[in-house]
Ligand binder design. Structure first.
Ligand code: C5P
Length: 222
């Protein structure tokens, strides 16, 4: 870890566009990118592969600490678990929901903390998640809280999943999204909240390009 490398954090609820925006900002700045949600999602896949019971908290925490996870940029973004590409299996809503249950376990969050901080390298890092600005990188130079109305977030998620060939239902997605928001906002460990000093962006009426522009503008200072 290099404490001097600058960090930009983007936190917010599911489907706010954080991933797309963060990747674009990282690319524009030439900085590294951390998709922290992918780590929790990979843990869900890891438990499933190894037939581990997700309610067995000590076993889950142990698995979180041992996970052999790598992000590969080629130039797309691939998530490798023990050398196997799990990028498509982590995209389902079921995996996101399971990740959110595991992410509520304090021991799991603790086991994954240093793994996340290890992504901080020169020339800088763009990190997206729920607690990037509050817990993982509290000293980040630029913090953003990105949100949008539940309807818009669900519509975007449906579009994204349909483009990937998945069969999805809008009402079900809204219900699951609200459940996930509830769990992420109300858990004891690192709940989703706007970090002190974070810039609030409601992207309901904005295009992805406008949000990317707003963030890069704030970071570059012009
Ligand atoms: O962002 P994404 O939808 O991939 O995250 C999946 C789940 O992982 C979230 O619903 C949240 O519960 C959890 N998560 C978290 N902290 C982060 C990133 C994700 O708790 N920094």
């Amino acid at each position: 870890m290099n404490a001097a490398a600058p960090v930009v954090t983007l936190d917010g609820p599911s489907g706010a566009g954080k991933g797309t925006v963060s990747r674009a900002v990282a690319q524009k700045l030439g900085w590294h990118y951390l998709d922290s949600g992918a780590i929790y999602r990979a843990l869900a896949v890891d438990l499933m592969h190894r037939g581990l019971e997700s309610r067995n908290e000590p076993a889950v925490v142990d698995a979180a600490g041992r996970m052999d996870l790598e992000f590969v940029f080629n130039p797309g973004f691939s998530v490798m678990l023990s050398g196997k590409d799990i990028s498509s299996s982590i995209q389902s809503e079921a995996c996101g929901n399971q990740a959110s249950r595991l992410a509520a376990m304090p021991g799991v969050r603790k086991a994954l903390l240093e793994k996340q901080r290890g992504f901080r390298k020169p020339p800088g890092l763009v990190a997206d998640g729920r607690d990037m600005g509050t817990v993982v990188f509290p000293d980040a130079r630029f913090k953003f809280f990105l949100t949008a109305s539940p309807q818009i977030r669900a519509e975007r998620r449906v579009k994204q999943l349909k483009e990937k060939g998945m069969n999805v239902n809008l009402d079900k997605i809204i219900t699951e999204l609200l459940e996930r928001d509830q769990r992420d906002e109300n858990r004891e460990a690192a709940p989703l909240r706007q970090a002190d000093g974070a810039i609030f962006i409601d992207s309901s009426e904005m295009t992805i390009d406008q949000v990317v522009e707003r963030v890069t503008h704030a970071v570059r200072g012009h």
